[in-house]
Ligand binder design. Structure first.
Ligand code: NOJ
Length: 558
């Protein structure tokens, strides 16, 4: 396949913006759309062609916008619809397309749809959500635990029934069995599609189909409940809903979809992506959960090795390719720890680790998704008290950990490693107060390292993480095999080096990345006749990698 044959979204770099934390234009301490418009050139410089915005619709903000009260309007904290139109237009001038986050598993309980539904058992929307009668003793219909903790059912006095919420109690699940619900969410997607956005990220999409019977599960913790994830994720029949959505919204339009697909493995990809699939790409969870046997319990971690991490990529890329689909490459997002902390040892140079990961992100086969701040080398927050955290999931998890008998120290350590706040601290633009994010009080503290790690300072320092990202992005566009080339892992058994070949009809690139804080060697034959086109240290030596060094060699195919 030639890069020219690829679709625009396969050829580009995507960037995730956590709207609340990117750039505040009006001094209220909250990022907004005009702030994003003012910083589009930063994205352009990074070679970004698609910008995924976290939800900026009207919302009570219990889950920072993932609780939507009105899909057709912008939350006043973020701006107006005119601001959105201007952002879409200004982005387009720079060849950047906006990607909207569609949250269709649930709404806010403050959405008019839910208000009507909960007003009684006999109204037009009475079955737009998942309602169920109490058990005989009045307790919840089942013992399912929501993903954010606590029962997944909430009692409603007016109806005398419980409603289901996979996430927070203020995020009631929509009933996709009802064709009117499916039509309503399809209309929302068409509204945004017709505004000219470039695609959609489909939130929590694997949970939209519930099992036909609601039954108690075997308790998995001392609260007597069982996590909802295995019960409602990827339930048979889900694909019918999604095929319907795809043909109604996407067919015939030059947009892409990427599904957030917890519960989908590489083996499922043939049903989810490609010609016979339902999305263009899916975000799998295999990589980000590599250290958590049960992602609902951050205190119970497991050791993992580089071989597993490499196997995840090889398998998923192979299966996505076999399905005629495409792979979204990501190491971070707004729900995950920072990748330097997540995938690298604690010791060693932060900059070297960031550059190693950048090399992986931008040379792997697929569309890279950069999380804001990743290009500056952001690390996890290190707050010592749970009161300093904002995220509801983090707070609930901390309480859950204590109930389960973990010590305060263990609970706070798990939060330090996995809190979603780590990827949500304000973007660091310069070394002025509040890192240039806001002239007011930021809604979440700016990370104290902003004097050194900020866009302006990194732009000025030749060997910064940011300049390395920019150089890699430029390299990609000039070396097409890094975009359209096949992917072949080499040295899969090596526990220190992540190495692979990207090859098209004309050229072959060999990428070698050292994941260890020590010098390592490899067989120089792999790069014998090749020329070094990128080195994270600036002093590549064939057959040898410095701690966390990343190199790219290239040769023509004759
Ligand atoms: C996944 C989103 O990425 C996360 O931030 C959110 O809390 C849940 N879905 C619920 O919408």
């Amino acid at each position: 396949m030639d890069a020219a044959d690829l679709k625009w979204w396969q050829n580009t770099i995507a960037y995730e913006i956590y709207v609340k934390s990117f750039k505040d234009s009006d001094g209220d301490g909250i990022g907004d759309l005009n702030g994003i418009t003012s910083e589009l050139d930063h994205l352009k410089e990074l070679g970004v062609g698609a910008v995924w915005l976290t939800p900026c619709y009207v919302s009570p903000q219990v889950d920072n916008g993932y609780d939507i009260a009105d899909y057709y309007n912008i939350d006043s904290a973020y701006g107006t619809m005119e601001d959105m139109d201007r952002l879409i237009a200004e982005a387009k001038k720079r060849d950047i397309r906006i990607v909207m986050d569609l949250v269709f598993n649930h709404t806010s309980d403050e959405n008019e749809w839910f208000k009507e539904s909960r007003s009684g058992r006999d109204n037009d929307k009475s079955d737009w959500y998942i309602w169920a009668d109490p058990k005989e003793d009045g307790s919840a219909p089942t013992n399912w635990r929501s993903i954010f903790g606590g029962s997944a059912w909430e009692y409603d006095k007016t109806r005398g029934q419980y409603y289901l919420h996979t996430f927070h109690r203020k995020q009631p699940d929509l009933n996709w069995e009802n064709p009117k619900v499916r039509a309503a969410v399809t209309d929302v997607a068409k509204f945004w599609r017709d505004k000219g956005v470039g695609g959609f990220r489909m939130d929590a999409i694997t949970y939209i189909k519930k099992p036909s019977e609601y039954k108690d599960g075997t308790p998995d913790a001392s609260d007597g409940m069982t996590g909802i994830h295995p019960i409602t994720a990827n339930t048979p029949g889900i694909l019918d809903f999604l095929h319907e959505f795809r043909s109604a919204v996407c067919e015939g339009y030059d947009i892409f979809t990427v599904g957030e697909a917890d519960g989908i493995t590489a083996q499922d990809l043939k049903y989810w992506v490609g010609e016979h699939g339902v999305f263009d790409m899916v975000f799998e969870f295999g990589l980000v959960n590599i250290d958590l046997p049960d992602p609902a319990n951050w205190c119970d971690r497991r050791m993992w090795g580089l071989r597993e991490l490499k196997a995840f990529f090889s398998e998923s890329i192979r299966e996505a390719d076999a399905a005629g689909g495409w792979f979204p490459v990501f190491l971070e997002n707004h729900d995950q720890p920072r990748s330097i902390n997540h995938f690298m040892p604690e010791s060693g140079s932060r900059d070297a680790k960031a550059k190693a990961l950048a090399t992986l992100l931008l040379t792997m086969r697929g569309t890279p998704f950069i999380m804001q701040g990743e290009e500056l080398g952001f690390v996890n927050v290190d707050w010592s008290s749970i009161d300093e955290y904002d995220d509801i999931f983090t707070k609930n998890h901390y309480a859950f950990a204590l109930e389960e008998g973990y010590t305060k120290e263990e609970a706070i350590e798990s939060v330090r490693l996995f809190s979603r706040d780590s990827s949500r601290t304000p973007m660091q633009w310069d070394a002025t107060e509040n890192a240039g994010f806001t002239s007011g009080t930021p809604w979440l503290p700016v990370y104290p390292d902003y004097m050194a790690y900020n866009r302006r300072s990194e732009k000025e320092a030749a060997d910064s993480i940011l300049n390395y990202y920019i150089a890699l992005a430029r390299l990609r566009s000039g070396h097409k095999e890094l975009i359209d080339g096949s992917y072949e892992e080499i040295m899969p058994e090596d526990e220190s080096i992540f190495a692979f070949i990207r090859k098209d009809a004309d050229r072959k690139a060999v990428v070698l990345i050292n994941f260890k804080d020590e010098k390592v060697s490899y067989a120089p034959e792999y790069v014998k006749d090749a020329e070094c086109i990128m080195s994270s240290t600036g002093s590549a030596q064939k057959g040898m990698l410095a701690p966390f060094e990343a190199v790219i060699y290239e040769e023509d195919i004759i």
